[in-house]
Design a protein around this ligand. Structure first.
Ligand SMILES: [Zn+2]
Length: 302
């Protein structure tokens, strides 16, 4: 999946903390345990220990801030560079959800998007490269260290291809949508287990990612009227599905421990993550992403 070369990208859409957040003293609250993290894709137990699902928009840091790569101004640049692709993806997600949510009687607001390297502070505590991408509801910000993409490939056997990257970002953005709708907190009181609120929350974020990707080739840049993305190929969809499968709880547990324990699942199985991604992708209907009402999480639509 690639962006149309001529689409206009606003490099200021994301906050670039690379090279700034890892230095001593710049990380406010360094060493504080991570509260409130909604981890993107990976780490299992304990990740839903957020103290809040609230929507306050606090500023999270006094860090040096800079604008992401100034040369990131076109779709062509986004096709070449991971951070520029993150920027373009965020912008096209804005375009999609700013239309989709009002159609479902919800008021849209943009999340903040931060990229960092090493470590950084967030409204949910300190994050490091090992944390993986996550969304923090306290400051309504998604944090993505693009270096994670390569780690993702080597550690989990996922793909770091362009659509896999877009899937990761769209999943985090899905948590923001859940935060707007008041669904994110459903993960809080029911944090693990095969049919837990946590798993349902994660699978819904996968469904929202599929929904966005399914729409992406028809979502237009409001300024130019051009679609952000070129049509998606079957191979690219397989790429995203491989990414989803690689972060299934069963796959991660099997790889790390040699056995699978459903009682500690937080994100759902590989097959479930793929199934819900496809549910959003194929249905093109947000209401079909209601994981909370699904009787059988292996069977979207049940
Ligand atoms: Zn997630």
């Amino acid at each position: 999946m690639s962006f149309n070369d001529n689409v206009q990208i606003d490099s200021g859409r994301i906050e670039d903390r690379r090279g700034g957040g890892g230095r001593g003293g710049m990380v406010a609250g360094g060493g504080v345990s991570i509260l409130g993290l909604i981890l993107a894709l990976i780490f299992g137990p304990g990740v839903f220990d957020q103290g809040s699902g609230t929507s306050t928009q606090s500023s999270s840091s006094g860090q040096a801030q800079s604008t992401a790569n100034a040369s990131c101004t076109t779709g062509a640049a986004a096709n070449q560079d991971d951070v520029c692709r993150l920027t373009a993806t965020t912008q096209s997600l804005d375009a999609f959800w700013s239309q989709e949510l009002p159609a479902h009687n919800a008021k849209f607001r943009k999340p903040k998007m931060v990229t960092f390297s090493g470590a950084t502070s967030s409204g949910c505590g300190r994050a490091t490269a090992q944390t993986g991408p996550f969304y923090c509801p306290t400051d309504e910000t998604a944090y993505v260290d693009t270096a994670f993409y390569k780690q993702f490939t080597s550690q989990f056997g996922g793909s770091s291809g362009p659509l896999a990257q877009i899937y990761i970002v769209a999943h985090e953005y899905g948590h923001h949508v859940q935060n707007i709708l008041g669904d994110l907190e459903k993960s809080q009181n029911d944090r693990q287990g095969a049919t837990s609120g946590a798993v349902r929350t994660e699978l819904q974020a996968d469904c929202y990612a599929g929904l966005y990707i399914g729409h992406a080739a028809t979502t237009k840049d409001p300024k130019t009227g051009q679609t952000y993305l070129k049509p998606i190929t079957e191979a690219q969809v397989r790429d995203a599905l491989a990414a989803a499968a690689s972060v299934g709880d069963d796959h991660i547990q099997q790889t790390a421990q040699g056995q699978v324990n459903q009682d500690s699942w937080t994100h759902g199985s590989s097959a479930q993550r793929q199934a819900w991604f496809l549910q959003g992708y194929k249905s093109q209907d947000m209401t079909q992403c209601n994981t909370f009402n699904a009787r059988d999480l292996n069977n979207p639509g049940s």
